[in-house]
Structures are given as structure tokens and as C-alpha cells.
Design a protein around this ligand. Structure first.
Ligand code: HEM
Length: 257
């Protein structure tokens, strides 16, 4: 018990808490990206995947609660460590110039807060499917909860395409994911530092690898809104609006003769 309370009290312990909670969320970000990229396999693949998750509450709820705990611990450790740093130097340097620190490292708190706001919006948008935040004017598509595919599953494909057809919504996602990438590019390197893997030889390699992975995650996520803005999914959307979807299970876009 004392061991646990020491972890939460010492600065080094809090750094471990940040590293472990950040790592778990990093794994979620990669898994979520892999799930979302199935949109490029078409409506059947992504709707089947979404249906699998939604129909297994015994898997999804423990995972959600665990992720929430990680988020709370990550934010708590960030606030406490930042307060400890400030009290160690209550008066800032008179003539401070950033030396040896990157833009990403200096903006961790700010990028973290904006990512948090982005995630709240995202949960309202796609998980709670709150109509007030999706800015879709077409009455056939505006209520995401009513979107069903021919197999009577929630039509996540149409929800994403309709959602990202709004350029401002897509722009906000792209901004959120750019900040996520900035945050991860420094956070992953800092994690290796906290767990003691960084030394003169491996440090620069680990930092570079963290930046590359963060960049790939960014490209993976933004490919979805960008593809939609470039017309991906519009054929299926038009077919749905014309009432040609839903006639026969398994057929999402009928062959036009
Ligand atoms: C193009 C980018 C993204 C797309 C298309 C997307 C798509 C989705 C969809 C469709 C859901 C709802 C799943 C369901 O309820 O069936 C969802 C949930 C969620 N997303 Fe994303 N997402 C994106 C980016 C992100 C990012 C960058 C994060 C984290 C920083 C994130 C975190 C979450 C979380 C925490 C949930 C709730 C999971 C749950 O509890 O069910 N998403 N996302």
C-alpha cells in the first residue's frame, strides 16, 4: 500500500503514472485508427465492425472505464507535475530563450487541453450522436441515430461520410488530430525518458521514431475526412437519399442498369 502511495506522491512516481497512462491511450489511438480505416473497405466492413463492438457490452464497458481511469490519471499527473515545476521556480527566468526544447514539448499542456476538448466534441458527435453538434442539414441524414444499413445495423459508414461532408467539422477534426500528433511526438519520447530507456545512443533514435509514428498516425486519421471531402462515399450517400439503400439486406449500393 505504501508503495502505491509513494508512486502517487513522488515526482518520479507521477512521471511513471503519466508514462503508463499515456502509453495505454497511445495503444487505443492506434487500435481506433485501425478500426476507423476500415471505412476504406466499404460500408459492410465498417458497419460490421461497429456492430461487433456495440453488441459486446461486456467487452466495451470495461475497456471504456479503464480508458477513462487512464485519462483521469494522465490529467491529474500533468496538473500536479506542472504545479510542482512552477513552485520549484516561482519567478520565471528574466530573459528566457528556449534552448534544447522543442515546440511540441513547450506546448504539451495546451495541446493536451485542446485534445481533451476535441475528444468531448467527438464523443458527442459520433458516440452519443447528438444532432445539435453534427451540423448536417439534410433531414434524411441529420439524425445519426436513425441511420440503419440494410442488415439493420447502425450505419457508421453513412454517419462518417455525412459528418465529414461538412468542411468545418472536418477542419476541426484535422486541427484536433494535428495537435494529437504534436502531443504524441513529444509524449512518446518523454515516456521513454521516464522509464529510463533514453541514453546518449538511443535517445535521438527513440525521439525520431516517436516523431515518425506520430506523423503516420496523423496521416492515417486525416485520410478519412480528406477522402470524404474529395468525394469518397458520396455514391452510397446519394443512393441512400434516393431510397435505393435498404431494399435488400446485404446490398448497399444497387447496380444501376
Ligand atoms: C478521423 C478521425 C476519427 C474518426 C472517423 C473516429 C470515429 C469514431 C466513431 C465512429 C466512434 C463511435 C464508435 C461507436 O460508438 O460505435 C468513435 C468513438 C471514439 N473515438 Fe473516435 N474517431 C476519430 C478520431 C479519434 C481520435 C483522434 C481520438 C482520440 C484522441 C478518438 C477517440 C474516441 C473515443 C474515446 C471514442 C469512444 C469509444 C467508445 O467508448 O465507444 N477518436 N470514434
Amino acid at each position: 500500500m505504501e508503495f502505491v502511495s509513494n508512486i502517487f506522491r513522488s515526482s518520479l512516481g507521477k512521471k511513471y503514472v503519466m508514462a503508463v497512462s499515456g502509453f495505454v491511450m497511445f495503444l487505443f489511438v492506434i487500435g481506433h485508427l485501425a478500426g476507423n480505416l476500415q471505412i476504406f473497405l466499404g460500408p459492410e466492413a465498417i458497419n460490421k465492425y461497429g456492430h461487433f463492438l456495440q453488441s459486446n457490452p461486456e467487452l466495451i464497458w470495461p475497456a471504456r472505464l479503464f480508458l477513462l481511469l487512464m485519462l483521469v490519471l494522465h490529467i491529474w499527473a500533468a496538473i500536479r507535475l506542472s504545479a510542482e515545476n512552477k513552485s520549484a521556480r516561482p519567478v520565471g527566468y528574466a530573459d528566457w530563450k528556449p534552448a534544447g526544447s522543442t515546440y511540441a514539448s513547450r506546448t504539451m499542456l495546451m495541446s493536451g487541453i485542446i485534445i481533451f476538448v476535441f475528444v468531448i466534441y467527438h464523443l458527442l458527435h459520433f458516440t452519443l450522436q447528438n444532432q445539435a453538434v453534427n451540423f448536417v442539414s439534410d433531414p434524411q441524414l441529420a439524425n445519426f441515430r436513425n441511420l440503419e444499413d440494410p442488415a439493420k445495423r447502425h450505419d457508421i459508414f453513412t454517419m462518417m461520410v455525412a459528418g465529414f461532408n461538412n468542411i468545418w467539422v472536418s477542419a476541426f477534426y484535422i486541427l484536433g488530430m494535428a495537435l494529437l500528433c504534436l502531443h504524441l511526438s513529444h509524449g512518446a519520447g518523454a515516456m521513454f525518458q521516464s522509464i529510463g530507456w533514453k541514453n546518449q545512443a538511443y535517445g535521438p533514435i527513440l525521439d525520431k521514431a516517436a516523431r515518425i509514428v506520430a506523423g503516420l498516425i496523423f496521416l492515417g486519421y486525416i485520410s478519412i475526412p480528406i477522402a470524404v471531402l474529395c468525394g469518397y462515399g458520396s455514391r452510397e450517400l446519394e443512393a441512400r437519399k434516393a431510397g435505393r439503400i435498404g431494399a435488400e439486406p446485404g446490398i448497399t449500393v444497387p447496380v444501376l442498369k
